[in-house]
Design a protein around this ligand. Structure first.
Ligand code: PPE
Length: 308
């Protein structure tokens, strides 16, 4: 992650494409102080017919607008304007495949928690981003550690909003797991049920039945939604229900989903092998169909593509 080059020609800021070096903010930018900002992460892929498409661009922009609504941020642009801006960023930077980061934040002017007068600002940047949990993670699977950090309660922070401040929880959990030699953290909710990874949703498979936690304390992942649909279309039973960490210890397979992580197999939790300790057949199949969908090879899922 650290080695990636974020530099592009242009970043969209407040309605215009500006040179990378001019996409800056003042240190008194309100959001920088209190973490009240919302953002998205989406990926654009080169499809098999040569065109590039943002995977589920409409759904990501919808979630961005909903995130702003949840935290009472006025949104100065329509969904159509935001979508078009995302496409412009991909095109102007000549990035056939990239990660896109729309960020909605409060500018400078007033300080303090009670401030309501700061202008909402919007930036959209793009850069090439490789495999989130490593190239090996995608093929061989990752090792997780149950975090000592609990996923925040939905009455403290609202998980349906992809808000910047929420990520303090994720970052600390991720630091702890990686310092301990694991690839990623698994956070439990305040009841002790499995919630999600620091930046991914989680799925577990046993006896052919797939389970994933309900949308109580987790980000409503767009990849999660796509994978549920792919599994059900393939005749696999998917249940959204609470389960404890030991459900992973005795699972046949597990995987994580996310825009950055795509579909990443999970082969270990808390030093216990999951199933055979290698990516399983259901996971492999989901990865294959998902990759097909991203690249426009699955006609059934072509509606998920927003061509730039
Ligand atoms: N949970 C969390 C906490 C989360 O951050 C993500 C995305 C997901 C689940 C999966 O959601 P979706 O991308 O809609 O399937 N994490 C983003 C941030 C990564 C980052 O480090 O920045 C992402 O994958 O883009």
């Amino acid at each position: 992650m650290a080695a990636d080059n974020l530099r592009s020609d242009k970043i969209w800021m407040d309605g215009a494409l500006v040179p990378y070096d001019q996409a800056t903010v003042h240190v008194l930018t309100h959001s920088l102080h209190y973490g009240l900002a919302v953002f998205e992460g989406m990926r654009c892929y080169r499809t098999d017919d040569g065109r590039s498409a943002i995977f589920r661009g409409r759904e990501h922009i919808r979630r961005l607008v909903e995130s702003a609504h949840i935290v009472e941020m006025p949104m100065p642009y329509s969904s159509e304007e935001l979508l078009k801006a995302c496409a412009d960023v991909v095109r102007v930077n000549k990035l056939a495949e990239c990660y896109l980061r729309p960020l909605v934040f409060y500018g400078e002017g007033e300080m303090g928690l009670a401030a309501r007068g700061n202008k909402t600002r919007v930036a959209i940047a793009a850069w090439p981003w490789g495999a989130y949990l490593g190239a090996d993670g995608l093929t061989k699977g990752v090792r997780l550690k149950t975090s000592s950090f609990v996923r925040f309660h939905h009455n403290s922070m609202m998980p349906a909003a992809k808000a910047s401040g929420h990520y303090v929880n994720s970052i600390l959990a991720g630091y702890e797991a990686r310092r301990g030699g694991y690839d990623e953290a698994l956070l439990l909710d305040t009841q002790g049920f499995v919630a999600e990874g620091s930046g991914e949703n989680i799925f577990v498979i046993r006896d052919g039945v797939v389970r994933t936690p309900p949308l109580t304390s987790i980000l409503p992942g767009i990849t999660r939604d796509a994978v549920i649909r792919i599994l059900r279309d393939g005749g696999v039973e998917v249940r959204e229900e609470f389960f404890a960490r030991d459900a992973l210890y005795v699972a046949d397979e597990a995987f994580m989903t996310g825009t950055a992580a795509e579909v990443t197999p999970v082969v270990e939790l808390d030093d216990r092998k999951i199933g055979a300790g290698t990516p399983g057949p259901v996971t492999r199949k989901v990865q294959e169909v998902f990759q097909g969908a991203l690249h426009g090879r699955e006609s059934k899922y072509r509606g998920w593509l927003y061509y730039v």
